[in-house]
Ligand binder design. Structure first.
Ligand code: ADP
Ligand code: MG
Length: 249
């Protein structure tokens, strides 16, 4: 857990609504993420967690309300949008690595293509990042040759390679075999300790307890409860949260 001295907002989500056709998926969402903070988002499937994450780096548009990042409204297009996407890293359940590129190439591609970093420098930094997530020895292999846990750690290194101001994790361990979950969570706990701003959709209670500053419980498109992890897991304030917890714990 990071102590957050100045507590300045990095992201502000205000009165955000989003529908898919008749389905009202985000209902008047308000959420602030401060610099250096780790916010865990938890809740039943279909509650809008992924849509909220995607809205935060504009992979999804919103119908009303505002989202600001670093004090500015999210850009709609062009260079500013590309910049936002590199400032806000995203790690998905399904890794999304390029199958025909090596592990190191997956990590260096963004810096070279988007940031204009030279190959040599990108590879040096890429190797440092692979070292940091514990898979430097796999650098020349292809994704299919790695375990799911190693692929997800590659995806984290790839996000880090862009020097993001924040990383969104959308159920990063849900697709993994149980024995690989912890190695990915350990990397994430390390990032949290180093002060990375993180929004993490996960049902991993151990991670939430160890790394989260706040837990946000989302259900049916609403933020039903926002709490400290200790309070949330031992003494949730709402029936909906208690009901959900009784099913997953
Ligand atoms: P969660 O991540 O909490 O499971 P989602 O944000 O993925 O929830 O989805 C919320 C609701 O929005 C679900 O009912 C889902 O089927 C629907 N939904 C998500 N994306 C789309 C889309 N692109 N088009 C139509 N419906 C969608
Ligand atoms: Mg989801």
């Amino acid at each position: 857990m990071t102590e957050n001295g100045d507590a300045t907002p990095l992201v502000r989500v205000e009165n955000v609504n989003k529908s898919f056709g008749a389905l009202h998926v985000l209902r008047d969402i308000n959420l602030t993420v401060n610099r250096g903070e780790v916010v865990v988002v938890i809740g039943p499937s279909g509650g809008g967690k992924s849509t909220l994450c995607r809205a935060m780096n504009r992979l999804e548009t919103i119908d009303s309300g505002t989202i600001t990042f670093d004090g500015k409204p999210l850009p709609a297009e062009g260079k500013a949008l590309a910049r936002l996407r590199s400032d806000v890293g995203m790690v998905f359940q399904s890794f999304n690595l390029f199958a025909h590129k090596t592990i190191l190439e997956n990590v260096t591609l963004g810096p070279i293509k988007v940031r204009g970093v030279g190959r040599e420098q990108a590879e040096k930094r890429g190797m440092e990042l692979l070292e940091r997530v514990g898979i430097a020895s796999q650098a020349r292999k292809y994704p299919a040759q790695l375990s799911g846990g190693q692929q997800q750690r590659t995806a984290i290194a790839r996000a880090l390679a862009m020097d993001p101001k924040m990383i969104l994790f959308d159920e990063p361990t849900s697709a993994l075999d149980p024995e690989m979950v912890q190695e990915v969570l350990d990397v994430m706990i390390g990032l949290a300790r180093d002060g990375m701003t993180m929004v993490v959709v996960t049902h991993e209670m151990g991670f939430a307890r160890r790394a989260a500053n706040r837990v946000v419980f989302m259900s049916e498109g609403q933020i039903v409860e926002e709490n400290t992890p200790d309070e949330f897991f031992t003494n949730a304030g709402t029936d909906r949260a208690r009901d959900f917890l009784s099913k997953i714990l």
